[in-house]
Design a protein around this ligand. Sequence first.
Ligand code: GLY
Length: 392
Amino acid sequence: MPAQTSEVVIIGAGLIGLATAWRLAADGIQVTVCDPTPGTQTSSVAAGMLAPVTEVEYGEDELLALNLASVAAWPTFAEELEALTGLPAGLNRTGTLSVAYDVDDAAAIHRLADYQRRLGLEVEELSGREARKREPLLAAGVSAGVWVPGDHSVNNRETVAALLEAVELVGVSLVRQRVTRVLTAGTAAVGVELEDGSTISSSQIVAATGPWSAKLEGIPQELRPPVRPIKGEILRLRVPEAYRPALQHTVRATARGFAVYLVPRPGGELVVGATTSELGYDTRVLAGGVFSLLRDARMVLPITDELELVECVAGLRPATPDNAPILGPSGLDGLMWATGHYRNGVLLTPITAQVIADTIRSGLPDLAKPFLASRFSSGPSHLADRSEGPGE
Ligand code: GLY
C-alpha cells in the first residue's frame, strides 16, 4: 500500500475537527481528517447551547473570556458556513431564560445573577410573573427568573451536516477509519497509523479526539492530556402542533436544587438535558437519567407530559481538571491538541477552529495561551490559582 502524506492530519471528525479542517482547507492547506464515524458522537448528542453566561462557574474567568469570544464569532461562522454549503448552520438567536422553582432555587439564581452582573454580563432579574410573560407555558409555581439575552443555541446536528458538506466542498480528504496510533520519530509526531495498517505521514497533526484524547496511542504517557469522559443523558421530545412553540427561548431551570435545560428548535423539537455522571466510557441510557430529566422538566413546563418522547441518548463530555479546553502544542513537535471542551464544545467550535488554524499558519494566538496542555504538567495551574467567587 503506497504511503500517503498530508500537510495536516486531523484526528476526529466531531464539530471541532471538522470546523478546523474547513478553515485550513479553505486557505489552500491540504487536510486529511480521520474518523470511523464522522459527526456521530458527542457533537450530535449535545443540546447545542451557546451559554457562556448561564453556564458561567464561579472563578472561571479565563474560560469565560474564551466562551464570550466564541459566542461572538458564531454568527459569522454560521453565515460563512451557510454561504458555502447552502445548508442551515443551525444558529437560533433566542436568548435564554433562567427560571427557579422554589425559594431556595430563586436565591441560587439571584446569587448567580449578582455574580454575572459583577462580571459585566447582561442579565435582567424577573419575578415569576414576568418570567411567565416571556414563556406563558411555564408552571404557575415558577417563582423567579433571570433573562439572559446573549445566550443562544444551535441545532448542532444541522451544524454537523453543514460542516460535512463544507469539508467536502473545500477538498478535505475524509478517511473513515480509526487512528490506531500517532507515529513518532524522536521528539516529533510524524504521522498516524490507521486501523487497516496503512499510514499517513504529516508534520502537523491535530488531535480533536474529545473524550478519547487520553487514550490516543503513540504519545508518551507524560504528554497525554488529563481528559476524562463525563456522561450526559439527553432527551429529544416532539411538541404537537397545538402547543407550538412550547417555548420561544432556551429555558434553564433550577428545580428543587436540580438543574435542567430545555432547548426549543424551530420545527417543534424540544431538547431536554442533561445528566452528569462519571461512569467512564459507558453510554447506556439509564432509567434514572430519563426519570430525573422528565421529573425536573415537567416541574417547570407541565406540558412536558403531553410531548412525544422521540429519543433518549447519552454522550461523553471531554472534561479537564479546570473545565477549560486544551488547545495548541502538545509537547510533541508537530502534534497539537484541540480537545477538553467539556460543556462548551458546540460553543467553542468557531474559536477553536480559528485558534488551531492561526497556530498552524502563524503561531499560537495570545487568546489561547491560558489553555495550553502544559498548564497541567508544570506545577499548579495558573487557572487553578484564580480569584474567589462570591463565597460558593
Ligand atoms: N452544555 C451543556 C451540557 O454540558 O450539558
